[in-house]
Design a protein around this ligand. Structure first.
Ligand code: WQD
Length: 339
């Protein structure tokens, strides 16, 4: 069975390709390599001994999307990762984000709705909740005014899919709202490859640990939390990848599934920034050089998932601990820097 993975050379995409191949799916990747490297194909192949089919083009080119689906008319499912995802950049360049994240989604859905039965998994984000009033966060928590154009593209993207499914009963879709994906494949053949200065906490920690960065700045320790630093739900990227395969299988096999559903994908456990630092120091057996600085604009105090729905309806549960996630991230950082 052939599955299209857009953005399949990216961090979460590449780990999902590996899990799909392990389950026997034939995978086709589309990636424009704007935020990923073609070398990731070698990493995937090293893990699974199966080289995925790869086409490099930009999904904003509608005619290329149309011709792709003409050539691959036997695509049974699409997992759509391809999008710009830097919150800060989205504030500076909103039109880039609205064009890239939304026009590409529309072009793909147009092809799927012309095909008849099809299955679609959308990469969404807990960012749609903003600062939730109640923790842990359930799927029926209100979707709040987006804190950034990036977050808004995830909210609008979910609405586009929902509206399309309403009038196309043969299109079945699931939006997965990720919490904070971290870590790397245990083989260290694939992992996170941030371009430039990492915006996210864990890659900045590992780059500081390896000496690439001088010091980690902790954005605020005056929040109303146990140790004053923000709390997030850090989920191992392999656990997250497995959730995509299980969600796809639900669409392919469970005839009772409604044709549009949303699931939170997290561990259900909140960890503070200082707890993540402590975990890194433990797994790397070294002290991390960091300092407390002012708060970062737009940060929510705390966000962690209520995973009851995914646990019970998908039969999926995150397995890796924070230490295991940080340990895999550290192993990957050492591999990348020493290769
Ligand atoms: C986590 C915590 C920071 C860096 C973002 C997006 C979200 C998703 C994941 C795409 C916060 C603190 C961070 C640093 C720090 N992306 N921090 N020093 O902001 O929760 O989520 O990435 O889907 O949509 O919003 O993740 O890793 O940036 O920050 O103190 O150098 O670490 O303040 O409390 P975030 P993050």
């Amino acid at each position: 069975m052939k599955i299209l993975v857009t953005g399949g050379l990216g961090f979460i995409g590449s780990h999902t390709v590996v899990e799909l191949q392990k389950k026997g799916y034939e995978v086709v990747i589309i990636d424009n390599c704007s935020n990923s490297s073609i070398k990731v194909i070698d990493g995937i192949t090293a893990i699974t001994s199966k080289k995925p089919v790869f086409e490099q083009f930009d999904l904003r080119e509608k005619d290329k999307v149309v011709s792709f689906f003409e050539r691959h008319h036997d695509i049974e499912g699409v997992i759509h990762f391809a999008a710009s995802k830097a919150v800060g950049e989205s504030v500076e360049k909103p039109l880039l984000y609205y064009e890239n994240n939304l026009s590409t989604l529309v072009y793909i859905l147009q092809q799927l709705t012309q095909k008849g039965a099809s299955n679609f998994i959308f990469s969404s984000s807990c960012t749609v909740y903003g600062q939730a009033d109640k923790l842990p966060i359930t799927e029926d928590a209100p979707v709040k005014a987006a804190e950034s154009p990036y977050g808004n593209t995830k909210q609008i993207g979910e609405e586009i899919i929902q509206d399309t499914c309403k009038v196309n009963p043969s299109l079945k879709a699931i939006s997965l709202r990720y919490f904070n994906p971290v870590g790397a494949h245990p083989s260290a053949e694939i992992g996170e490859l941030p371009i430039g200065v990492p915006q996210n906490l864990v890659p900045f920690i590992t780059q500081t640990g390896i000496g690439l960065r001088e010091q980690l700045s902790v954005f605020g320790d005056d929040y109303p939390t146990q140790d004053g630093t923000c709390i997030r739900d850090y989920i191992h990227v392999v656990d997250l990848a497995k959730a995509h395969v299980i969600a796809l299988q639900r669409l392919l096999e469970d005839k009772n599934a409604s044709n549009y559903e949303v699931f939170n994908v997290g561990t259900g456990k909140g960890s503070s920034v200082l707890e993540v630092i402590t975990s890194f120091e433990k797994v790397s057996d070294q002290k991390l050089n960091y300092k407390i600085v002012g708060r970062r604009e737009g940060d929510v105090i705390a966000a962690y998932a209520d995973t009851t729905k995914a646990n019970s309806q998908l039969g999926w549960k995150a397995e890796s601990t924070l230490d295991e996630s940080l340990s895999s991230a550290w192993k990957w950082e050492q591999k990348v820097r020493n290769s």
